[in-house]
Every structure is written in structure tokens, then in C-alpha cells.
Design a binder for this molecule. Sequence first.
Ligand SMILES: [Zn+2]
Length: 168
Amino acid sequence: MSDWTYKIPTLDEAPKRLFDWDSPIRTDGSPELRLGVFCEESSHEGEPWFIASFVPNYPWMESTGELVWAVSPDYPTGSGHALRVAGAHQQLLVEDKPVSVDGAGIPITNHSAHQASRSRWPLECKACGLRYTYKSESLQPVIAVLLRAGWREISLSGLESARKHTKN
Ligand SMILES: [Zn+2]
């Protein structure tokens, strides 16, 4: 178990309206390989909005051996579970198409490396409207650096700050 203090320490503490409880709650096999992104600007302090997470693109890894991060509609919790963020499917568009995920919530990507590197990830807080759209390639090194440093979640504004300070 990680000693990271998650925004959602247990399933009971997950805000009910922010998650899709009809989706299966999954055991998150590798919490050290998932970076949650939330927003908690001063206008909604104490009421974080959960946006998405980054996980390895496993199908891509299997076929190429290359570690590439993909965006997932599931959010990690301190109990070792991943919860589907309500509405994330509609929000997370890659090349203007919703991200497909398999039964385990892992994004399915059949893109070539070139196309994958051109994916765009719109990350938006529905509570305060903070929004950044990233090219996948600009965030790849940032996600790796944060996870290696022990981060398991980061705010959207923190992610933007990390991006500015991470050298490619
Ligand atoms: Zn916000």
C-alpha cells in the first residue's frame, strides 16, 4: 500500500455525484503507474473536481515495447480502487474521438506512434472551468517525472506548472 494521502482515501469518501457508480469499480493493480488529475482552485477549495488519470498504454507497450502514457477516465483512490469519473468518456477526446477503454478501463489505442504523439488531451474542471489542452507528446516526460518522484495525484494547475518546468 502506498503511503500517499489520496484525495479519496476510501470508497465511502468518494463524492457520489462525481462518479459513475454503474461502471464496475476496479482494483487498481499498479497504483505507482497511475497519476490522477484533479482540480481544486481556491474558488472550490475543499471540493476537488476529479478529471482523469494517466496510465501506461498497455496494448501499445505489448506491441512495441515502448512505454507511452495514455489518458484514462478512471480515478485512483487510497483503497486501491479506480473509479470511473462521471462524464469523462464524453470529455476525453483524442483526435476528436472519445477514448475507447477495454473492460479493465485501459485505453484502447490502435494509433500509429506518429498519430499517438499527436493526440490532444483536453483536461477541464467542470467546477471552475479551468481548462488546458495538451498534446500527448508534451506531457509524456512530465507524467514520468512526477510518478518517479512518488506523486500519485496532481492538481490541473500543478500539472501545468510541472509541464513548464520539465525539460523534454
Ligand atoms: Zn476547478
